[in-house]
Ligand binder design. Structure first.
Ligand SMILES: [Zn+2]
Length: 301
């Protein structure tokens, strides 16, 4: 009896193993770690076509995750949203853009004013037109007019591109770029795909609200400022997952604050659950605790 049962059972196990392997092979692993995602570092930079004349650009920055820029090829020139983190990296990006089009780079939307997106800007064309919030203009000491409204349409020719200020998030001067016809929203550092919420200069609770506003726009594909560009369906799921991570981090720090812990003790006791596995959690966890403490205690202006 036992002898006849065994072959049947092992056959079922074999079928299950094959099915599991097939499912694993077809599903894209959701992670910001290039090697877990199936990439080699030599695969970068990567230009990802998102729609006709619209491209995402991923390059690797220290300590090993991607910084994402967007570029749009209009009839009248190229618009960039966010640069890269060094003169060399931005020069390399301009080289990759030149492989796609011979049109000149004319516009630059400052999604994030942080150095890992702007430190190479000195190699951009001197006559480039910046689109920037008053906040980020001040941060960057930019000699350019700032936006006077929460929305500015940039006339690149043939494609409508809107720079939108949805509120304070990662930097305080955050802009996102919306292409209503293509239903693409480049979110810069408002969306860190599978990267631990980075709050050094953030407004944590307002940031969660900004993501709500983004989710209400008519968008098929949300593009992050760090982490990988996802396919449309996954991009919405991951933005929701990112917002969930932000809420979880804020809730955990509120819990520790209510226990009466000092920020230092809260850093030691914080339990990030699944988000501990996200890129930068070791580095960004303590920063998040201190920033959320400031917010709770009304020290964040
Ligand atoms: Zn960044």
């Amino acid at each position: 009896m036992f002898e006849t049962f065994r072959p049947a059972r092992s056959a079922w196990i074999a079928v299950l193993v094959v099915l599991t392997l097939a499912a694993t092979a077809s599903a894209q692993v959701r992670t910001a770690f290039p090697e877990k995602r199936g990439f080699k570092l030599t695969d970068f930079p990567r230009t990802v076509k998102l729609a006709d004349n619209v491209y995402g650009y991923e390059d690797i920055r220290q300590p090993g995750f991607t910084t994402v820029s967007l570029f749009v090829v209009g009839n009248d020139g190229v618009l960039i949203v966010d640069g890269q983190g060094s003169v060399g990296a931005t020069r390399k990006m301009l080289g990759e853009i030149a492989k796609v089009t011979s049109k000149p780079v004319k516009w630059y939307i400052v999604g994030s004013d942080h150095g890992d997106h702007t430190a190479g800007n000195s190699v951009l064309p001197k006559d480039i037109t910046y689109v920037v919030t008053p906040f980020s203009k001040a941060q960057m000491k930019l000699d350019a007019p700032a936006m006077t409204d929460d929305k500015q349409v940039i006339a690149v020719g043939g494609i409508e591109v809107q720079a939108l200020y949805l509120g304070r998030a990662h930097t305080g001067g955050d802009l996102v770029a919306y292409l209503p016809k293509q239903k693409i929203l480049f979110m810069s550092e408002v969306y860190l795909n599978r990267v631990f919420p980075a709050m050094r200069s953030a407004f944590p609770t307002e940031w969660v609200t900004v993501i709500d506003k983004a989710l209400k726009l008519d968008v098929d594909r949300f593009v992050p400022g760090h982490g990988f560009i996802e396919e449309p369906k996954a991009s919405r799921e991951e933005l929701i997952e990112y917002q969930k991570a932000m809420r979880a981090v804020i809730a955990e720090v509120n819990r520790l604050h209510k226990l009466g812990l000092s920020a230092d003790d809260a850093v030691k006791q914080a339990n990030w659950g699944p988000y501990k596995e996200w890129f930068l959690s070791e580095q960004q966890g303590p920063i998040a605790v201190r920033k959320i403490y400031e917010e709770i205690e009304g020290k964040l202006k």
